[in-house]
Ligand binder design. Structure first.
Ligand code: FES
Length: 114
């Protein structure tokens, strides 16, 4: 079930296992970018902002996961983040965290919850 401020982002099937997808939500000064990463039947969402400089993580739209390591990769200086927690494992912001957002799976849909 979803609450009043829930927004359907896409279907779970739109994000293959081990892949990710970027989104933008809100308007004007409230707008921000984030992404959803999938591991098996679980999903995780983080703001698209590297704790190192605040810049975006992806160098190509929807590509947030490093294929070799399976971790979230910041393309700017190579920081790696654990998909399940958002903690930086290596790179200039090691020990810092991505800002996690609330998403859930509702039937076949991925839902963003404010
Ligand atoms: S901006 Fe992400 S590692 Fe430097």
């Amino acid at each position: 079930m979803t609450g009043g401020d829930a927004t359907v982002l896409c279907r779970l099937a739109d994000i293959p296992d081990g892949a990710s997808k970027g989104f933008e939500i809100g308007e004007g000064p409230e707008a921000f970018e984030f992404f959803v990463a999938r591991k098996g039947e679980r999903i995780y969402a983080y703001e698209n902002s590297c704790p190192h400089t605040g810049g975006p993580l992806d160098w190509t739209p929807d590509r947030f996961i490093d294929k070799e390591s399976g971790h979230i990769l910041c393309a700017t200086h190579g920081a790696l983040f654990r998909v399940e927690t958002g903690q930086c494992l290596a790179g200039p912001c090691a020990g810092d965290w991505l800002r996690a957002l609330r998403v859930s799976i509702d039937g076949e849909d991925i839902v963003f919850e404010r």
